[in-house]
Design a protein around this ligand. Structure first.
Ligand code: HEC
Ligand code: HEC
Length: 335
């Protein structure tokens, strides 16, 4: 026993000393199945390293002020802590920045699902006039002048060439390493009876009783589907959500069900950032949302007791896990 531990220790130490990088992707955290890495963008340590630098590098914006992390900041659970995001030159967008956590197990991206993959999503903000405000041609040209990026592109892709496709692939690969699992809920599910508090365990039953799991389902607590729960529907010029993409009446006012992983760290909530706390969210559901012509049939008055609401929130807090917490902004960038 002691012998094998010592041997394993030596191996880890050797890998550390010689800088050897494992070829296999990291294991998924407790609670999750293996990530299916796209065949045209497989995992590599080098791509993660490059993608992380690009993700945090403000030079990807027109005036070097905005990076992906400006709006998806590890400090706020990979969101920006604001109702709607502020992009280049102080411009505000109309929607709240969702978390980048656990996108590895997601389907389409954005509140309305308009990007099919993380690769397709990653290039959007760069050329969005109110986010990073530049163009793909300009950002590729700018990155190509930074000597320090050359060996990193070479290590990740075989040669030094900078292309927008490579930028997207590197950033998406990094994003797939921003994970959250191994939460009290996962440990409890795996059989550790005391891993969740009694309140959280009771809350799990409230979660089922109130049919929250009809949309927030599976390991990532999302069906990856679109529903109308009525948020903001009573405001002037309200966002039509998925309808804007499909023009299908069934999608009128529908938004993608967000993950509830680490939700205690990603306030404010909803596509318009209109709810500041989980208490507000629970009260909203409890009253049956905002009635409208397309309200989902699972949204109805619940008449939960105060203690049931508190338990439901305790359960949501038990979904805070590990994985993403070790990720911090790089200390320096390629020059
Ligand atoms: C100015 C703020 C801002 C910047 C900069 C920004 N984002 Fe976003 N991001 C948002 C907002 C707001 C949304 C939601 C927009 C929507 O759904 O229409 C979003 C959506 C996303 C999503 C979809 C998440 C989901 O659950 O659907 C991902 C992934 C993402 N951004 C990654 C990135 C990456 C990578 C970069 C850098 C290349 C970046 N973002 C730059 C604000 C920003
Ligand atoms: C019909 C599907 C559906 C049901 C049922 C449902 N949700 Fe949601 N949930 C959504 C959608 C869609 C959103 C995003 C809506 C928006 O932004 O307009 C959301 C948003 C949330 C958010 C905010 C997350 C964030 O990152 O902004 C929380 C928290 C939440 N739901 C918890 C619950 C709880 C608790 C219940 C049960 C009481 C529940 N949901 C029931 C579909 C559902």
């Amino acid at each position: 026993m002691i012998k094998s531990f010592a041997a394993a220790g030596t191996l880890v130490l050797a890998a550390f000393v010689f800088g050897a990088s494992p070829v296999a992707p990291p294991n998924p955290p407790l609670g999750f199945t293996k990530i299916s890495w796209p065949s045209d963008n497989p995992y590599s340590v080098e791509k993660v390293a490059l993608g992380k630098l690009l993700y945090f590098d403000k030079r990807l914006s027109a005036d070097d002020t905005i990076s992906c992390a400006t709006c998806h900041d590890p400090k706020y659970g990979f969101t920006d802590g604001a109702p709607v995001s502020t992009g280049i030159r102080g411009q505000k967008g109309g929607r709240s920045a969702p978390t980048v956590i656990n996108r590895a197990w997601s389907l389409a991206q954005f509140w309305d699902g308009r990007a099919a993959t993380l690769e397709a999503q990653a290039v959007g903000p760069i050329a969005n006039p109110i986010e990073m405000g530049t163009t793909h041609v300009a950002v590729v040209a700018k990155l190509a002048t930074i000597e320090g990026y050359k060996p990193l592109f070479k290590a990740a892709f075989g040669d030094e060439k900078v292309t927008i496709d490579r930028v997207a692939k590197a950033i998406a690969t990094f994003e797939r390493t921003v994970v959250s699992g191994n939460a009290p809920y996962d440990k409890w599910k795996a059989g550790h009876a005391s891993a969740m508090s009694p309140a959280a365990m009771r809350g799990y039953h409230v979660f089922q009783k109130a049919e929250c799991d009809s949309c927030h389902e599976g390991a990532n607590f999302t069906s990856n589907m679109y529903s109308n729960i009525g948020v903001g529907i009573d405001s002037a010029n309200h966002d039509l959500g998925r309808y804007g993409i499909t023009k299908d009446d069934a999608d009128w006012g529908a938004f993608k069900t967000p993950t509830l992983r680490d939700v205690e760290h990603t306030a404010p909530y909803m596509h318009d950032g209109s709810m500041k706390t989980l208490e507000e969210v629970v009260d909203y559901y409890d009253k049956g949302g905002t009635p409208n012509k397309n309200l989902d049939r699972h949204i109805k008055p619940r008449h939960l007791r105060a203690d049931e609401k508190a338990d439901l929130i305790a359960f949501m807090r038990a979904l805070s896990g590990t994985g993403w917490r070790g990720i911090t902004e790089p200390k320096s960038f390629p020059q």
